[in-house]
Design a protein around this ligand. Structure first.
Ligand code: ADP
Ligand code: ADP
Ligand code: MG
Length: 664
């Protein structure tokens, strides 16, 4: 086995690979771009090397630089992760030439499967069923259109070098063929430097079912059952599961055998995936699956296979790459239960899944109830340079229903503030009736897109809790700091307080009255609602409204509040009415009101010893709270205002004894 490996990747997959390497006692070498200098994968590794600026073409795709780092660090092998150089045969050749092991298949295997048209021709020859269509050399537009007519519409034009759902166009009518062809060609050329296409019959009610295969350098090949990745958006996987719902045993056997045949046809060594498209217009049938392509790498969704088989696929990769035979024979590989994986991305689903960037000011991943593979930590940034993945949330249950319940609960427990996520979209999918029944196909998301991305309206409770937080009323009731405790139950019940809040650009003034110990009347609609805070644990509240007890989490980062309630995240901004700072109004021996306002809290009496920066007064002005602190250590000489009093700006609220009378 290797003693030291380099991981030529970043984010969650780099961390995932390192987990296994560490468990096996293999030293790890990370590489990073300037944008990733402080990333989790760098912190996890035994050694880390800078390889260039943020753009991938200047860092993670730099073959020579990576080989240099192998030499410098003494890494014997390279794990490519997925994406980046994972399916680049020239990289494998360069490593071979340098005497470094590629943890993956041979350059020849990658080349054989690299182009969809050649791969299909090869598979056809090997006796693996392929999607009916045209996948030969001639690329004349008129000729291609004739082929499409022969195949029968609808057809799918695919860039032969395509990947990640790019370079594909569905054509329903001959009139649309020419323009779809040229746009597929353009996209293929732009994204992959190859404008050539193949044409496939568009499978009627398609399900994407793929088989995990593994080969070794001794001619063995096995499969580790199937994954269903039919929940897709724009040909990109969203939620994956294993096994495939309602898969008949004869079909599972036929697909597994076909996949192993495919792997053997190219002397495959390492982890690979044979992707099939399945026509389910007449249900799942053993004669209705067709080879689409092979991914010659570890797949993003490999964890669902690990969960049902109990195998560590990265460990298998390392064993095979180091020359060992496969750890198990086909007959020894079994599966149990059901697993799901959801891809949590920083993207704005209602805004057309726009990728989002931002700092993860709050990140609470459900790692107590699920397996979470993530490359980010609280405070990390989702940068514009790479895939905006935050985490993969992976669950395993005794059966599909139980596992889906776990997935939903885990996603609802996921709390991210600082950038928008697709968590709401994912939970909506978990609640989708058809998905719950296992009635999936690749068109499911598109058909119900509108309801899946619709955001719930801001609930009154979210606004109310935000208002209480903004007004400083959600401090722990049993705080040892008397100044905090004051906030809850002062006599200023008569006083009306206002919190100015902004929701989706609209400002709203929310009136709050204190009724009693942590009990408030919040005016949101016609009649005020009563909220009682039962317990406060950091940012977590239990509260009662209208007799019902509920749980919420409110996190604040500067003027941004995020309220997590019922599995959703709601964003509220506290507008900066004035650019005041907390220290306003303190000067020398006095505390002076910096603006007209209401003295909400006054925590001092004559003779008290105070220390510099001790909060003494909370002044509410222009709907914002301002904390006025002691300007220095000293003794209070006089208190000139009362809590609940409205004061003018410039009013002296407190005076300290002259400094020569206090020992400092
Ligand atoms: P797999 O087939 O392994 O599940 P995909 O085909 O979904 O992987 O993705 C292939 C590559 O595209 C991966 O490198 C992945 O990082 C990237 N990718 C997948 N989904 C997205 C996304 N929503 N945004 C950006 N990149 C993505
Ligand atoms: P990529 O390399 O981008 O992953 P694939 O060939 O694997 O491209 O196809 C991606 C997705 O497009 C599939 O998962 C499936 O949803 C859809 N698709 C591909 N081929 C067909 C087809 N012939 N009929 C219907 N849907 C298809
Ligand atoms: Mg694919």
């Amino acid at each position: 086995m290797f003693k030291k490996i380099l991981i030529a990747n970043r984010g969650e997959i780099a961390c995932r690979v390192m987990e296994t390497a560490k468990r096996l006692g293999i030293k790890t070498v990370a590489v990073y771009s300037d944008a990733d200098a402080g990333s989790k994968h760098v912190a996890m590794a035994d050694e880390a090397y800078r390889i260039g600026p943020a753009p991938v073409s200047e860092s993670y795709l730099k073959v020579e630089t990576l080989i240099d780092v192998c030499r410098k660090s003494g890494a014997e092998a390279v794990h490519p992760g997925y994406g980046f150089l994972s399916e680049n045969p020239d990289f494998v050749d360069a490593l071979d030439a340098a005497g470094i092991t590629f943890i993956g298949p041979s350059a020849d295997s990658i080349r054989a499967m690299g182009l969809k048209d050649a791969a299909k021709a090869l598979m056809e020859k090997a006796g693996v069923p392929v999607v009916p269509g045209y996948h030969r050399e001639t690329q004349d537009a008129g000729f291609l259109k004739i082929q499409a007519g022969k195949i029968g519409y609808p057809v799918l034009i695919k860039a032969r070098a395509g990947g990640g759902g790019k370079g594909m166009r569905r054509v329903d009518h001959p009139d649309e063929f020419m323009s779809a062809l040229s746009s597929a060609q353009r996209e293929g050329e732009a994204s992959f430097g190859d404008g050539r296409v193949l044409i496939e019959k568009y499978v009627a009610k398609p399900r994407h079912i793929e088989i995990q295969v593994f080969g070794d350098k001794h001619g063995n090949a096995v499969h580790l059952f199937e994954r269903d990745c039919s929940l897709q958006r724009r040909h990109q996987k969203v939620i994956e599961e294993a096994p495939a719902p309602d898969m008949p045993e004869d079909m599972r056997k036929a697909m597994g055998e076909a996949a192993v045949k495919a792997a053997k046809a190219i002397n495959y060594a390492g982890a690979g995936t044979i992707e099939f498209i399945v026509d389910v217009s007449e249900g799942l049938r053993a004669d209705r699956f067709y080879f689409m392509e092979m991914n010659t790498r570890l797949q993003v969704e490999h964890p669902v296979t690990e969960m049902i088989t109990g195998e560590d696929l990265v460990e298998w990769q390392l064993l095979v790459a180091s020359g060992k035979p496969l750890p198990k024979t086909q007959g020894d590989i079994t599966f149990s239960g059901h697993a799901f994986e959801a891809r949590l991305y920083a993207e704005d689903a209602p805004k057309g899944f726009l990728p989002a960037i931002g700092t993860l000011t709050h990140l609470n991943l459900p790692d107590e109830q699920a397996r979470v593979d993530s490359g980010v930590r609280p405070g990390d940034e989702i940068s514009p340079f790479y895939d905006p993945m935050i985490a993969k949330v992976i669950v395993h249950g005794p059966n599909r229903e139980a596992a889906l319940g776990q997935l939903l609960a885990s996603l609802e427990a996921t709390k991210v503030a600082g950038c928008v996520t697709n968590a709401g979209f994912l939970t909506a999918l978990c609640r989708h009736e058809g998905f719950a029944k296992g009635d999936v196909d690749t068109g499911l998301i598109d058909r119900d897109l509108e309801s899946l991305v619709s955001e719930p309206d801001m609930p009154e409770d979210a606004l109310a809790l935000a208002a209480l937080t903004a007004l400083g009323l959600t401090k722990a009731p049993k705080s040892s700091d008397p100044f905090d405790a004051l906030a809850g139950w002062r006599i200023w019940s008569a006083s009306r307080q206002f919190a100015l809040m902004e929701v989706a650009g609209d400002r709203q003034d929310v009136e709050v009255q204190v009724l009693g110990d942590h009990e408030y009347a919040v005016h949101l609609g016609e009649t005020p609602a009563t909220y009682k805070l039962i317990s406060i644990d950091g940012s977590k509240f239990t509260y009662v409204r209208d007799g019902g007890r509920k749980l919420a989490v409110v996190v604040r980062s500067d003027n941004d509040l995020t309220v997590f309630l019922g599995g959703h995240a709601y964003s509220i901004v506290l507008p900066d009415v004035m650019s005041s700072d907390d220290d306003a109004g303190e000067a020398g021996d006095q505390i002076i009101a910096p603006m007209p306002g209401l003295v909400k809290v006054l925590n001092a009496s004559a003779g008290d010893a105070v220390t510099k920066d001790q909060p003494l007064v909370i002044l509410e002005a222009m709907k914002m709270e301002h904390t006025l602190k002691a300007p220095r250590d000293g003794i209070i000489a006089e208190v000139m205002a009362d809590a609940g009093e409205q004061v003018l700006d410039g009013t002296v609220l407190l005076a300290l004894e002259a400094s020569n009378e206090t020992a400092s």
